[in-house]
Design a protein around this ligand. Structure first.
Ligand SMILES: *[C@@H]1O[C@H](CO)[C@@H](O)[C@H](O)[C@H]1NC(C)=O
Ligand SMILES: *[C@@H]1O[C@H](CO)[C@@H](O)[C@H](O)[C@H]1NC(C)=O
Ligand SMILES: *[C@@H]1O[C@H](CO)[C@@H](O)[C@H](O)[C@H]1NC(C)=O
Ligand SMILES: *[C@@H]1O[C@H](CO)[C@@H](O)[C@H](O)[C@H]1NC(C)=O
Ligand SMILES: *[C@@H]1O[C@H](CO)[C@@H](O)[C@H](O)[C@H]1NC(C)=O
Length: 253
């Protein structure tokens, strides 16, 4: 996996373009994507979009709309039922109406896995993909960020795999872009080991949510996967030093 990632990053650095057309990002998901303005809520969105919380470290070019509509505790079902999906759709339509290429990431699994088999999430993801397209956006499915819980042998104690696999299946069926954040984040945290991985926790015992350094690292990981998936097309800014650390399994914090 590391060899694979390194290959990707070389490609990314060679492929980036300075002249991307007007583009917006809308993020959909649970707390592992969400803004993190309340305790234990931090996901990778702030590191991707940029935020005063990250000292304005961002992965997208300055002035790029990047609207994080992810919500803590959401499953694909509750996200819709509680009205958050309508907020996401309104954001997508608003950006499309401004004639912007509107890239919509969708990442679920952490809460879906607590209530239903993967196929239930898959059905709901398929509906979201179709509605994003109908609204004029471009869906990008993202597999679940790994939890930073480890087995005694140093491997990640993964429980999200079947939900990541389901997301990959829907991406293939619906022919969307796919960012395999689950695989990339497992490779990285296994390379840096438990102590360095836990430095990125929102709270010491919270292996799910991210602190400011965690959102910086995983927001950059998502940006780098995105830049590989859309070579030279998106207003993603480089952070070569952090990307180097991520692709080489080196802790940054
Ligand atoms: C998250 O932050 C973005 C950018 O500041 C903002 O547009 C969005 O409304 C926020 N989302 C939530 C759920 O607070
Ligand atoms: C998927 O959505 C349906 C409603 O359409 C809901 O009943 C179900 O619980 C959802 N599945 C998950 C995993 O959230
Ligand atoms: C979302 O919007 C649709 C269409 O306007 C509406 O039918 C539905 O009730 C809304 N959902 C929620 C939870 O408000
Ligand atoms: C990359 O890792 C090195 C060594 O741990 C660290 O000194 C440096 O600050 C990291 N770079 C970034 C941009 O995080
Ligand atoms: C983030 O990293 C910086 C630099 O290593 C450190 O000073 C800071 O305490 C870290 N923040 C958190 C919340 O751990």
């Amino acid at each position: 996996m590391f060899h694979l990632l390194s290959t990707f990053f070389v490609f990314f650095i060679a492929g980036i373009s300075a002249r991307a057309p007007p583009t917006s990002f809308v993020l959909v998901g649970d707390s592992t994507t969400a803004n993190g303005t309340t305790p234990n809520s931090g996901g990778w969105g702030n590191g991707f979009c940029g935020s005063s919380l990250t000292g304005n470290i961002a992965s997208v070019a300055s002035g790029t709309p990047c609207i994080n509509t992810a919500h803590n505790g959401a499953t694909t079902g509750t996200f819709v039922a509680n009205g958050f999906w309508n907020i996401s759709l309104a954001a997508i339509r608003g950006e499309v109406a401004k004639a912007r290429r509107t890239i919509v990431t969708v990442q679920f699994g952490h809460n879906d896995m607590k209530i239903a088999p993967p196929e239930s999430m898959g059905t709901n993801l398929t509906s979201m993909v179709q509605q994003i397209r109908a609204a004029g956006g471009e869906p990008v499915l993202v597999t679940s960020l790994t939890r930073r819980s480890f087995n005694a042998d140093g491997t990640v104690a993964d429980t999200l795999g079947p939900w990541a696999d389901e997301t990959i299946l829907v991406a293939q069926q619906q022919k969307t872009h796919l960012l395999d954040l689950h695989a990339a984040s497992i490779s990285y945290v296994e390379a840096i080991g438990p102590d360095a991985a836990h430095v990125l926790n929102r709270l010491p015992d919270d292996n799910t949510h991210l602190n400011v350094n965690g959102t910086t690292v995983f927001g950059r990981m998502v940006a780098d996967l995105m830049a590989v998936s859309f070579p030279g097309q998106l207003p993603i800014v480089q952070n070569a030093a952090l990307s180097f650390n991520i692709s080489h399994g080196i802790p940054s914090f």
